[in-house]
Write a protein that binds this ligand. Structure first.
Ligand SMILES: Nc1ncnc2c1ncn2[C@H]1C[C@H](O)[C@@H](COP(=O)(O)OP(=O)(O)OP(=O)(O)O)O1
Ligand SMILES: Nc1nc2c(ncn2[C@@H]2O[C@H](COP(=O)(O)OP(=O)(O)O)[C@@H](O)[C@H]2O)c(=O)[nH]1
Length: 231
């Protein structure tokens, strides 16, 4: 665990493994895993003003507007001045990235490039526990009991927007809105892109990138691992 604060963001299209990789980073390096989807779901469950508003968009399969997302997330991040974290699902738009930039500085941005066919296949097998946002994959990380959440034992569901026909439109939308975000982080020199079809094969490269960065945050300089592509 870093003595100084370390902050990372994970970007990628739906199904690219943002949640899976962020959870591994959090576990391996003792960081807090912050997920924008979880923040939204918590606010919906607690019926906060922002949560109620966010739900009206999610029910229509729309992204939550930037002003609602920033109102939900940034105050939470501002409170976490003493914590190292990895954030997934935010920022999704340039407006969100700019607002995040005004709130805190990031050490690393990881961008996941996964082929379309792999995304389709993964999402075809993705099952979620709606109340908690816990994610399973019938091949990669199946639940202990078929169709049931490991913790609550409530039923798992598949989301309509994970179906292959919906995915192509979602991906197009992702590419349009993510490009300026990726360009911004590239121009800041903190973007690291990883390509591949298997999380387990990408993970060692991300692990060595962060291992190299955390001592840097602590003050000792280290050479970047060969495998990361600083873009
Ligand atoms: N940064 C954001 N901007 C706008 N809406 C958001 C953002 N993050 C989350 N949301 C809203 C819209 C999402 O459909 C909902 C759930 O988010 P999330 O759990 O990240 O699932 P998702 O289906 O959008 O992402 P993915 O398929 O990439 O896992 O919350
Ligand atoms: N088969 C397979 N599934 C994976 C792999 N990595 C992640 N998954 C699954 O693919 C789905 C999408 O991953 P997730 O982390 O939710 O991606 P996100 O939408 O970017 O947050 C989930 O069901 C994961 O369990 C992998 O390497 N192989």
């Amino acid at each position: 665990m870093a003595n100084r604060i370390f902050r990372a963001v994970v970007l990628g299209p739906p199904g690219s493994g943002k949640g899976t990789i962020s959870a591994r980073i959090a576990q391996s390096f003792g960081l807090q895993h912050l997920s924008s989807g979880d923040f939204v779901r918590e606010n919906i469950s607690a019926s906060t003003e922002a949560g109620i508003l966010a739900k009206t968009y999610i029910d229509k399969d729309l992204l939550v507007p930037d002003c609602v997302m920033t109102c939900l997330l940034l105050p939470r991040l501002e409170q976490m001045t003493r914590h190292s974290w990895v954030l997934d699902g935010f920022p999704r738009t340039l407006a969100q990235a700019t607002a995040l930039n005004d709130t805190c500085s990031l050490d690393v941005v990881i961008s996941l490039n996964i082929p379309l066919e792999t995304l389709k296949e993964r999402l075809r097998h993705r099952w979620i526990h709606p109340a908690s946002g816990r994610v399973y994959n019938m091949e990669f990380n199946p639940p202990q009991v078929h169709g049931m959440d490991d913790i609550s034992r409530e039923p798992l569901v598949q989301r309509d927007e994970d179906k292959p026909e919906a995915l192509v439109a979602r991906l197009r939308h992702y590419k349009d809105i993510a490009k300026p975000v990726i360009d911004l982080y590239r121009s800041k020199g903190i973007l690291h892109s990883f390509s591949g079809t298997e999380t387990n094969k990408i993970w060692p490269y991300i692990n060595s990138l962060i291992t190299g960065k955390i001592p840097e945050v602590q003050g000792a300089s280290q050479t970047l691992p060969l495998h990361s592509q600083e873009q």
